[in-house]
Write a protein that binds this ligand. Structure first.
Ligand SMILES: Cc1cc2nc3c(=O)[nH]c(=O)nc-3n(C[C@H](O)[C@H](O)[C@H](O)COP(=O)(O)O)c2cc1C
Length: 382
C-alpha cells in the first residue's frame, strides 16, 4: 500500500507499522497501563450521534475557525509531539510544511528534533510551542526567549506530565531516544532497512531545544520516562504557570486540563486557551476522555476562554461532534504521526487532506455552512 491509497488513519497506522522498527512504532502507538483511556478517547465519540438538518440551501462550506487568536483554515490542528525525526528523517519540517499548506496550526514539542528558529523561518502560518517545565529554570526560560525571538504565536504549557506515565510497551521494547544500539534494536533496524538508511544517513539526531543549553547534549540514549522524572519539575504550581504566562506575554494555553475547577483557575492566571487532554492516554490511565469531559468545561468557561478538544480523533465527524459541544478547535497527535512515518510530508498532507474532506463532507451532510452553525441541537447521547 502507498500513502496515496491510505483512506483513513487505520491505513496509515498499518503502513507506519510496516515501515518503523518495532520500538519506535510502539512509542507512537502505545499508551499508559492497560491503555483503557487511550481506547476510550476515540470510543467516546461513538456514544454521541449527529442529527442532521436537510434542505439547507448551502452555497459553500466555510471550515475556518479562530482559536488562540489564530485564524485557521480548518478546525483541526497538529498537537505537539516529541522526537519526530525518529519517525521520519524530515520530522517536524515535514509536519510544519504540511500544516502550512492546509492553513492550520503546527505545534512543536520541547522535545522537538528541529530547532524553533528553523521552524520560525520556514513557515508563516500559526505556530505553537509546547513547553515542559524543567527543574532547571534557566532551560525553561531559555526556551521561552527563543520562541519569542522565533515569532511563535502560542505557548502551551503541558501540565499533565509531572511524572511519566507507565507506558508498558516502551518498557517491553526498551525504547530510548535516540535508539540505543542493543542486540534487539539492531535486529529491528536490519528488518527495516529503508528507515535505518534514512535515519543514519541524515543529519545527526538531536533535540535542539535542549542540546544548545544542556551541557551533556541530547545524544545520550534516555527513556522518555527518565526525562520526565529527572528533568521535569514535579512541584510545578499555578504560580509557576502564571509567571510563565507573564514572561511570555502572548497567547497562552494550558495543555492537559481535565476538570472544571482547573479550567476556571486557568482563566484566573490569564490563560487564553485550554486544551482538554489526557495526553492521548499516555499518562493517567483511567482518566476520562476529553470528549466526555468537554460539555461541562465548555458550560463553565467556554465564554471566557478558548477550549480545544485534544485526543482520540480519527474521523472528521469526531471533529464535528466536539465543535457541536462547543470546542473552538480540535487537535491530535497520532492522526498525523502514523502518516508522517508512512510517507513524510506527503503522508501528513494526505492525512490532513482526508480529514479535511471528511469534515467538509460531514458539514454538508449536517446542513451546516460554517463551524459556528454547529450546536448541541445537532447531537444526541445514547
Ligand atoms: C508519540 C507522541 C509523542 C507526544 N509528545 C508530546 C510532547 O512532547 N509534549 C506534549 O505536550 N504532548 C505530547 N504528546 C501528546 C499530544 O500532544 C496529544 O495530546 C495526543 O497525541 C492526543 O492524542 P491522539 O494521539 O489520540 O490524537 C505526544 C503524543 C504522541 C502520540
Amino acid at each position: 500500500m502507498s500513502v496515496d491509497r491510505c483512506r483513513n488513519i487505520r491505513d496509515f497506522r498499518t503502513l507506519a507499522k510496516r515501515r518503523l522498527p518495532g520500538p519506535i512504532f510502539h512509542y507512537i502507538d502505545g499508551a499508559a497501563d492497560d491503555e483503557v483511556t487511550y481506547r476510550r478517547n476515540t470510543a467516546a465519540f461513538e456514544r454521541c450521534d449527529l442529527v442532521p438538518n436537510v434542505l439547507a440551501g448551502l452555497d459553500g462550506i466555510d471550515l475556518s475557525t479562530t482559536v488562540m487568536g489564530q485564524k485557521l483554515k480548518m478546525p483541526l490542528f497538529c498537537a505537539p509531539t516529541a522526537l519526530q525525526r525518529l519517525f521520519h528523517h524530515d520530522g517536524e519540517r515535514a509536519v510544519a510544511k504540511a500544516a502550512e499548506k492546509f492553513g492550520t496550526m503546527f505545534g512543536i514539542s520541547s522535545l522537538g528534533t528541529v530547532s524553533v528558529e528553523e521552524i520560525g523561518a520556514t513557515i508563516s502560518t500559526p505556530k505553537l510551542f509546547q513547553l515542559y517545565f524543567h527543574k532547571d529554570k534557566g532551560l525553561t526560560n531559555n526556551m521561552i526567549e527563543r520562541c519569542l525571538a522565533a515569532n511563535f504565536d502560542v505557548l502551551a504549557l503541558t501540565v499533565d506530565t509531572i511524572t511519566g506515565g507507565n507506558r508498558e510497551r516502551d518498557l517491553r521494547t526498551g525504547f530510548t531516544s535516540p535508539p540505543s544500539l542493543t542486540f534487539k534494536s539492531l535486529v529491528s533496524f536490519a528488518l527495516h532497512p529503508r528507515w535505518t538508511f534514512n535515519h543514519f544517513t541524515s543529519e545527526k539526531f538531536e533535540l535542539p531545544q535542549l542540546s544548545r543549553y544542556v551541557k551533556e547534549g541530547s545524544s545520550l540514549s534516555v527513556s522518555i520516562s527518565d526525562y520526565f522524572s529527572t528533568m521535569l519539575d514535579p512541584s510545578m504550581s499555578w504560580k509557576d504557570a502564571e509567571d510563565i504566562r507573564k514572561m511570555w506575554g502572548r497567547q497562552f494555553c494550558l495543555k492537559g486540563i481535565m476538570s472544571v475547577s482547573d479550567a476556571k483557575r486557568a482563566i484566573d492566571i490569564g490563560a487564553t486557551a485550554i486544551m482538554v487532554s489526557n495526553h492521548g492516554g499516555r499518562q493517567l490511565d483511567g482518566s476520562r476522555s476529553p470528549f466526555d469531559q468537554l460539555a461541562e468545561i465548555v458550560d463553565a468557561v467556554g465564554d471566557k476562554i478558548d477550549v480545544v478538544c485534544d485526543g482520540g480523533i480519527t474521523r472528521g465527524t469526531h471533529v464535528l461532534k466536539a465543535l457541536s459541544v462547543g470546542a473552538k478547535a480540535c487537535s491530535g497527535g497520532r492522526l498525523y504521526l502514523y502518516a508522517l512515518a508512512a510517507g513524510g510530508q506527503a503522508g501528513v498532507e494526505k492525512a490532513l487532506s482526508n480529514l479535511r474532506s471528511e469534515i467538509e463532507r460531514g458539514m454538508m451532510l449536517m446542513g451546516c455552512r460554517s463551524v459556528a452553525g454547529l450546536s448541541r441541537e445537532n447531537l444526541r447521547w445514547r
